[in-house]
Design a protein around this ligand. Structure first.
Ligand code: ZN
Length: 503
């Protein structure tokens, strides 16, 4: 555990302890969440924003354009299916965030948060064999949100102020990451009782299974995924009781639930045996394994594993995972030659199959970029500028090649359509800075903070930009930029005031 995340756990522990101390008396002075009804969607969304803001700040948070696009693709199909089936109401659709945040953690975990945010650890992605398995976990968590299970839990806690509940949830998340720290900080019956109230009931779990199963199949995923994932998690829970499977603690894998799923699957009676090898999923598994921060020895292990068997046509899923992990692991170990060779072998292997070929080609581009060869990266990533990974890679390559104006132009178009894309704003800041446009660079940095809901940090950057504008030295067009900055600063100030009122 790094000292950064240690101090972070301590900060959360302090917040939790404070929350627990305040718990007994807080409801006397602090406004409550609601009356007798469930928490409203907008209150839940605001609570979710507080928690999401902390997750964005967590050193384990990762915005990986490739995994993000992959997970988002599955997630949006599930959302569309939930809409069709009437599980996702127009009100929740509109008010909630419906975003999946990825964590580099190796633990097998996925969790629904208030307001339509979902946390997904790369450790969970790493152990899935098919896209359908991953989709089944997401469908289950999605159903906890659409069925308002979270709002029901929060309603039980309605005597608590929102920030107290937020601190409790963050405390529980920190605890699931680090069981030792959790044991040290959660002492006394009151603390445990409060954390237990944050767990879903058996009935809620059954409902999330049932609704999730319907959403999964409606979205066109194989129901086999649900059963396979259950079996996998159940096996893992038997083998491993040391706390590294926090998903299992909040989602008890009972034989009953598994049997229920199996009978449901037989009813669905889909034919066709084992699902076809899904090479894209196999490569995403390889990527998750390498990006979930394993040690150097594990990375070397991935490189060696890939050399154990020769590449054979047609590509098997196992081979695609092994080669992808080996190529990316070599890049992380700064062995550019091996990385290029392995990625090249992978690209040859999947050539002719459009989707897998694109993923392999993005890996080659990424390796070229990391090896300091932006021209090659640009040639590979330039084509479809409407896809996020290509757009981000090509922008990095253009900046590295000394063409920041071109990068800025494309990034500006992108953020106009996707204003919550923090990584694009950060790259835009770099592209502006590379052209000596300080004012625009600072504003882009501020927008990146807004995208991650950190309004304090954003206001800090906006004020720095206003200060710079006052001091003179203006580039062409800066007077327009300065007035945009003034109005954005006012908007963010009012968001901050609103947050302060909710305390
Ligand atoms: Zn659940």
């Amino acid at each position: 555990m790094s000292s950064r995340s240690r101090s972070r756990t301590r900060a959360i522990a302090a917040a939790l302890a404070l929350a627990l101390l305040a718990g007994a008396s807080a409801h006397a002075q602090i406004p409550t969440l609601g009356d007798s009804s469930d928490m409203t969607a907008s209150t839940e969304r605001k609570l979710g924003e507080r928690i999401a803001r902390e997750l964005y700040r967590d050193p384990d948070y990762i915005d990986d354009p490739i995994l993000d696009e992959y997970v988002r693709g599955i997630w949006s199909r599930l959302l569309a299916a939930a809409r069709t089936r009437g599980e996702l109401t127009a009100e929740l659709d509109e008010r909630f965030a419906w975003q999946v945040l990825l964590g580099k953690d190796r633990s097998i975990n996925a969790f629904a948060l208030p307001g339509g945010w979902l946390g997904l650890h790369l450790g969970l992605v790493s152990v899935t064999a098919t896209r359908d398995e991953l989709a089944s976990v997401l469908a289950h968590e999605l159903s906890h949100v659409t069925q308002r299970h979270i709002s029901r839990l929060m309603t039980q806690e309605k005597r608590q102020a929102p920030w107290v509940i937020g601190a409790m949830i963050l405390g529980a998340l920190a605890a699931s990451k680090n069981p030792e720290a959790a044991n040290a900080l959660v002492t006394g019956g009151q603390a445990l009782a409060m954390q237990n109230q944050l767990n879903f009931s058996r009935d809620m779990e059954r409902e999330a299974d049932r609704i999730g199963y319907g959403v999964l199949t409606q979205a066109g995923f194989e129901p086999q995924g649900f059963v396979a994932m259950f079996d996998k998690l159940q096996q893992a829970s038997r083998l491993n009781d040391n706390g590294s499977f926090p998903y299992l603690r909040t989602h008890p894998m009972t034989t009953e639930r598994s049997a229920d799923m199996q009978s449901r699957q037989q009813l669905a009676a889909r034919s066709g045996g084992a699902p076809a090898a899904d090479l894209v999923h196999a490569m995403m598994v390889g990527r998750s394994r390498v990006l979930s921060n394993p040690g150097v020895d594990v990375l070397r292990g991935y490189v060696n594993d890939s050399q154990a068997d020769a590449a054979m046509q047609p590509a098997s899923a196992r081979q695609a995972t092994a080669l992808y992990a080996a190529a990316l692991a070599s890049a992380k170990l700064r062995d550019a030659t091996a990385a290029r060779r392995l990625a090249g072998t992978l690209a040859d292997l999947v050539r002719g199959d459009a989707e897998p070929a694109r993923v392999a080609s993005l890996l080659v581009a990424e390796i070229a970029l990391e090896a300091g060869e932006p021209a090659q990266a640009l040639a590979l990533a330039e084509a479809p500028a409407t896809a996020r990974p290509e757009m981000l890679f090509a922008s990095q390559a253009r900046i590295a090649r000394g063409r920041p104006a071109e990068a800025a132009q494309r990034l500006q178009t992108w953020v106009a359509l996707h204003p919550r894309d923090a990584q694009a704003w950060q790259l835009l800041a770099r592209a502006h800075a590379a052209q000596g446009q300080q004012l625009r660079a600072i504003r882009a940095e501020a927008e990146a903070q807004v995208a991650h809901l950190d309004y304090e940090a954003a206001l800090d950057r906006f004020k720095a930009a206003q200060e710079l504008a006052r001091r003179g030295t203006r580039a062409p067009g800066d007077h327009i930029e300065a007035s945009i900055i003034d109005s954005r600063a006012r908007q963010v100030e009012s968001l901050l005031r609103e947050q302060a009122l909710q305390r």
